[in-house]
Design a protein around this ligand. Structure first.
Ligand code: 5RP
Length: 255
């Protein structure tokens, strides 16, 4: 199971980023699992931290591992959150929510000084959208939202459980899994979805993650967000303007 090994390598590497005294956001999913287990081992060895879990499932796991837990009511600023992702692009924009915990995950990641994403190599993509985008919705608005989101070019299906009932999130909502294919402009789609009444939250994490640790084969590599083209060209422009100004100064001194 190559991906399983990559997940464990990424999770364990990220757990080393946690420092004594940190308030730590504990992610959800099969990759974050390894980070939580490794943090649990460090806690057993004497590390003093407080964890804020992103789901009921992660809270149960952390409790079993002996990780002290608290809530956002007690700690509104989190030092580091370690969480998985379903897709990661070069700007470190993410699709999350495959495990259904995107709402609490986004709240916790947004309250964190640093979000480190952990993933196996299959999660790194050129463009987001192959993975169906999870959109957490109020059940009352389900039909109207499925139609509205479909009009943006997606096909939406209501997430179901194995027993034939709709999947219900930790906050009591439903999830529409929306297949867009390639998402041309993730920040724009994020804004459009956020403005739809009845959408509680969506799985596009734009500009939130500052680092991804990706397992590949038997090692890990780090991804940091690529500077956007606009930012880079502004910097290049101001550098070349400075260069031509000083060239002109030198010339005028010589003449
Ligand atoms: C849960 C998530 C997970 O982090 C995401 O689905 C990745 O999970 P895994 O590590 O199991 O592939 O967003 O809501």
């Amino acid at each position: 199971m190559a991906n399983g090994n990559e997940k464990e390598l990424a999770g364990r590497a990220a757990a080393q980023l946690v420092r004594d005294g940190d308030i730590v956001g504990l992610g959800t999913g099969s990759t974050a699992y390894f980070a939580v287990v490794a943090i649990g081992e460090r806690v057993k060895a004497g590390l003093k931290i407080v964890g804020i879990p992103t789901s009921v499932a992660t809270a149960e796991l952390a409790r079993k591992l002996g990780i002290p837990l608290s809530t956002l009511d007690e700690h509104q600023s989190i030092d580091i959150t370690i969480d998985g992702a379903d897709e990661i692009d070069a700007h470190l924009n993410l699709i999350k929510g495959g495990g259904g915990a995107l709402l609490r995950e986004k709240i916790i990641a947004s309250a964190s000084k640093k979000m480190a994403v952990v993933a196996d190599s299959s999660k790194v993509v050129k463009a987001l959208g192959k993975f169906p985008l999870p959109v957490e919705i109020i059940p009352f608005a389900q039909a109207v939202l499925a139609k509205k989101i479909a009009s943006l070019g997606a096909s939406c299906t209501l997430r179901m459980k194995a027993d034939g009932n709709p999947f219900v999130t930790d906050e009591g909502h439903h999830i529409l899994d929306c297949s867009f294919g390639k998402i041309a402009d993730p920040p724009k789609l994020a804004r459009v979805l956020s403005e739809m009444p009845g959408v509680v939250e969506h799985g596009l994490f734009i500009g939130i993650a500052k680092l991804a640790i990706v397992g590949k084969g038997s090692s890990t590599s780090e991804i940091r967000p690529k500077t956007s083209l606009r930012k880079r060209s502004t910097t290049q422009h101001s550098r070349s303007t400075k260069r031509s100004r000083s060239r002109a100064k030198r010339k005028s001194k010589r003449s």
